[in-house]
Design a binder for this molecule. Structure first.
Ligand SMILES: C[S@@+](CC[C@H](N)C(=O)[O-])C[C@H]1O[C@@H](n2cnc3c(N)ncnc32)[C@H](O)[C@@H]1O
Length: 261
């Protein structure tokens, strides 16, 4: 029996997103407006969201700061803030949710927010029930960023991703690959690109040996033509057709071989 990716896999709800990954994801998706981290855990995503919002506010000057304060809302059941009781509208939700509750968390997130990014194993998205939840909520799958599984996460054969659901999105789903495998793929693309450039630049140059053979063929053809002409003219001929075996064979006479009239 082949090994299945979900064997021995136990869903672990309390895993913290590595701070560097949270920062990179926030900078990639650039959440604007009111943002909610619905289950902050130890707060790694929350800090990344706050830092980003503060940077944006300071870049935008005092006017933007008043309009869009760098305040990020949050919930965490362990702190007595249950996301399922959250009713205010927000623009963005970004989190790594409890994986055993992805369906319910996503339903709730799509109720209160226009943009939702969940760090989950991407198989979570592809059950019929979830596809229909997403469609019925008026959302579409806008982007999936493929991620390597952090060592602190429960390991499984499933692919981790940051999945971006957007209200009203009807376009294609963009796949962005941040995995180590993509670097190898890039090298491959590089090789293919070089090949393509070479193809556009024309056929590869012949090796010296092939060039020598080609010029010999041309020489033989030219001599054959001369021979035919000479025969037609009824001349006596002495001609050497062929490749000298060695340097010593190449007597000046051979090299100067020609049709003699
Ligand atoms: C995977 S951890 C979250 C880690 C954090 N979001 C991060 O990315 O670093 C899931 C968290 O969801 C919390 N949680 C579970 N059910 C919740 C609920 N109904 N409302 C709010 N938080 C909940 C758990 O206590 C846990 O801290």
């Amino acid at each position: 029996m082949r090994s299945q990716p979900n064997r021995d896999y136990i869903s672990d709800d309390v895993v913290q997103t590595p701070p560097a990954l949270a920062r990179r994801l926030v900078e990639h998706f650039r959440p604007r407006g009111r943002v909610l981290e619905p289950c902050k855990g130890k707060g790694n995503f929350l800090r990344a969201l706050r830092t980003y919002a503060q940077q944006k506010a300071s870049d935008g000057g005092a006017r933007r700061r008043r309009r869009d304060p760098a305040e990020i809302a949050w919930c965490e059941i362990k702190c007595g803030r249950d996301f399922y009781h959250w009713t205010e509208r927000v623009d963005w939700i970004m989190t790594n949710p409890p994986w055993s509750q992805v369906r319910r968390f996503l339903q709730q997130a799509m109720l209160v927010s226009d943009h939702v990014v969940f760090v989950i194993t991407i198989n979570h998205v592809w059950t019929r029930a979830r596809v229909s939840d997403i469609r019925e909520a008026g959302f579409g799958l806008r982007e999936i960023v493929l991620l390597d599984m952090p060592v602190t996460f429960p390991q499984s054969g499933f692919q981790l991703g940051a999945v971006y659901f957007a209200r009203g999105w009807k376009g294609a789903t963009r796949v962005t690959d941040w995995t180590r495998g993509s670097l190898r793929a890039l090298k491959h693309v590089g090789t293919k690109l070089r090949h393509t450039v070479a193809t556009f630049a024309g056929p590869p140059r012949e090796s010296p040996r092939a060039q020598a053979d080609a010029s010999l063929r041309r020489l033989r053809t030219a001599r054959r033509h001369k021979l035919v002409e000479a025969l037609r003219a009824g001349c006596a001929i002495a001609v050497v057709i062929g490749r000298p075996r060695s340097r010593s064979d190449r007597s000046p006479e051979t090299r100067r071989s020609k049709v003699r009239g």
